[in-house]
Design a binder for this molecule. Structure first.
Ligand SMILES: Nc1nc2c(ncn2[C@@H]2O[C@H](COP(=O)(O)OP(=O)(O)OP(=O)(O)O)[C@@H](O)[C@H]2O)c(=O)[nH]1
Ligand SMILES: [Mg+2]
Length: 426
C-alpha cells in the first residue's frame, strides 16, 4: 500500500509547454519560514531515467549509477526516475529506494505518457546545470557517464553515447534490427541531413547536454528520438561522442513497436518543416507550413474519395450525375474533416473535447468548404474567360488558391487555438 506520506515524497508533475527552464543566473537563496536559507540548490548534473515497467532493473541501475556518480560528483548530482504509472509499480519501488539513495527523486505521471515527454518533464523539474538521459533497462552502461560529463567539461554542449564510434557497438542484435536501425538513419540523412549527419548515432537515447543549449526552447518530441529534438532545436555548437556497447536486455520487456517507426518518420518530417530554412520562412510568414502540407495531403485524399464515389454512384449504380456529385462531395468533405481533425489539427482537437464541439467544427468545416467551391468556380471563370489562361492550368491555379484559402479559414474558424481548454493539471 502506497501511503499518502509516501505520495508526498514524489516529485510534482509539471504540465504546460515542454521545455527545460533556464536556471536563475545568480540564485538568491530563498528564506524559509524560520528565516533559514534553504531550498533551490542547483546541482551540477541531473540524469533522467524514463521508465515503464522496469521494476526488475531499476534497483540495479540506481545502484550502479550512484556508485559511478558518487565518485565523480559527490553530492552534486541527482537521478530523476520519471515513471508513467507502470503496472508493475516501478515508481513505488523507486520511491522506496530514495531512503538509501539521497540523490534519487521520483516522478509518477498519470496524465501523460511517452518516453520523450517523460524526459522533458524530468528536465523541467531538474536542478542541474547539465541535463542527461539514460534508459532504465541497463542497456546503457552507466560507467561511461563520467566520460560524457568530461566531454561537457571540455567545452562540448552535447555529448552523445554512440554505438557507431570507436569502442561502440551492439551486443547481439538480429539482422532485421540492424537493418531497421541503419535504414532509419539513412532516412534521417535524406530528410534531415543537417541534423542527422552531425552525429554518428542520431538514434541514441543516451546523452548529456548543457542546460543552456536547450533552456527556454519549446520542444515537440514524438516517439522515442528525443536526441533529434535536441539536435534540431538546441543551440549545439560543439558536439562530442563517446563509444558504448548497447547491452542486451536482461529483465523486463522492450516497448518498441511499429508505432515507434511511424512516429520517427513523422518526427523527421515535423523537424524538417519547423527548423532550418523552412522553419525560418514559416516564422517570417507566420504561416504553419507543416500543418498546411498535411492539410493539402488530406485534400488530395478527398479528391480520391470524391472521384471514386462518383464512379461508384454514377458509373456503377446509375444514380443521376448531380445527385452522385453532391453525395460524393459531401462524403469527401467528411473524409477530409475526419483526417484533419485526427491528424492536421490533432493538437487543437484534442483540447476541444465533446461531441458538440466536434459537430461545431464539422459544420464550420462544411461551410468553409462550400464557400471554397463557390470561390473556385469564380476564380476559374476569371482566369479562363477573363485572362484566357488554359482551362486546365486555370483549374489548377484555382485549386491552389482555394486550398490556401480553405486552410487559412479553417485554421482561424474551425480549429481555433483560442478555443482550447487548458490541458488537465496533473
Ligand atoms: N516514462 C516512460 N518511459 C518509457 C516509455 N516507453 C519506454 N520507456 C522507457 O524508455 C527506455 C527505453 O525503452 P525500450 O523499450 O527499452 O526501448 P529501446 O531500448 O530503444 O529498445 P530495446 O532494445 O528493444 O529495449 C526504457 O527505460 C523504458 O522503460 C514510456 O512511455 N514512458
Ligand atoms: Mg531498451
Amino acid at each position: 500500500m502506497f501511503t499518502k506520506a509516501q505520495q508526498q515524497t514524489l516529485l510534482p508533475v509539471p504540465s504546460g509547454l515542454l521545455q527545460a527552464p533556464r536556471l536563475p543566473r545568480s540564485p538568491e537563496p530563498p528564506l524559509n519560514s524560520n528565516g533559514v536559507t534553504s531550498l533551490i540548490c542547483p546541482v551540477k548534473f541531473s540524469l533522467i531515467v524514463p521508465t515503464y515497467n522496469e521494476r526488475d532493473n531499476i534497483e540495479k541501475l540506481v545502484q550502479q549509477l550512484s556508485r559511478v556518480l558518487d565518485q565523480v560528483l559527490p553530492d552534486d548530482y541527482e537521478l530523476i526516475v520519471v515513471d508513467d504509472d507502470s503496472r508493475d509499480r516501478t515508481w513505488e519501488l523507486a520511491s522506496q529506494l530514495m531512503a538509501s539513495y539521497p540523490s534519487l527523486r521520483v516522478m509518477r505521471r498519470q496524465q501523460e505518457k511517452g518516453l520523450s515527454t517523460a524526459v522533458i518533464r524530468g528536465w523541467q523539474v531538474a536542478k542541474g546545470e547539465v541535463l542527461g538521459v539514460i534508459d532504465g533497462d541497463l542497456q546503457h552502461p552507466p560507467d561511461i557517464v563520467p566520460q560524457l560529463l568530461g566531454a561537457i567539461a571540455n567545452g562540448a554542449d552535447l555529448a552523445v553515447a554512440s554505438r557507431h564510434v570507436d569502442g561502440g557497438g551492439v551486443s547481439s542484435w538480429s539482422l532485421t534490427r540492424r537493418i531497421l536501425s541503419r535504414g532509419a538513419q539513412i532516412l534521417g540523412l535524406v530528410l534531415l541531413p543537417r541534423v542527422v549527419s552531425s552525429v554518428s548515432d542520431p538514434m541514441s537515447g543516451y546523452f548529456v547536454v548543457r542546460r543552456s543549449a536547450i533552456a527556454g526552447q519549446i520542444l515537440h518530441p514524438l516517439g522515442y528520438k528525443i536526441l533529434l529534438e535536441v539536435l534540431g532545436r538546441g543551440e549545439i555548437n560543439q558536439l562530442a561522442e563517446v563509444g558504448y556497447v548497447f547491452q542486451e536486455r536482461e529483465a523486463g520487456r522492450s516497448k518498441v513497436t511499429w508505432k515507434q517507426y511511424v512516429d520517427y518518420l513523422h518526427h523527421l518530417l515535423r523537424l524538417r518543416l519547423s527548423t532550418g530554412r523552412l522553419g525560418w520562412l514559416s516564422q517570417r510568414l507566420e504561416f504553419p507550413i507543416g500543418r498546411f502540407l498535411r492539410f493539402a495531403a488530406v485534400g488530395l485524399s478527398g479528391l480520391v474519395v470524391d472521384m471514386g464515389l462518383l464512379y461508384l454512384l454514377h458509373g456503377l449504380f446509375g444514380l443521376g450525375l448531380t445527385r452522385s456529385a453532391i453525395a460524393a462531395s459531401e462524403l469527401a468533405i467528411l473524409n477530409n474533416f475526419l483526417w484533419n481533425d485526427r491528424w492536421t489539427f490533432q493538437d487543437v482537437a484534442k483540447r476541444q473535447r465533446g461531441n458538440r464541439t466536434v459537430l461545431k467544427r464539422l459544420i464550420k468545416f462544411n461551410v468553409v468548404c462550400l464557400m471554397g467551391v463557390i470561390l473556385k468556380v469564380l476564380l476559374l471563370n476569371l482566369l479562363f474567360n477573363g485572362l484566357h489562361i488554359n482551362a486546365y492550368l486555370a483549374n489548377f491555379l484555382a485549386i491552389v488558391v482555394v486550398t490556401i484559402w480553405n486552410f487559412w479559414l479553417n485554421l482561424k474558424l474551425s480549429w481555433r487555438v483560442t478555443e482550447m481548454q487548458p490541458s488537465p493539471k496533473a
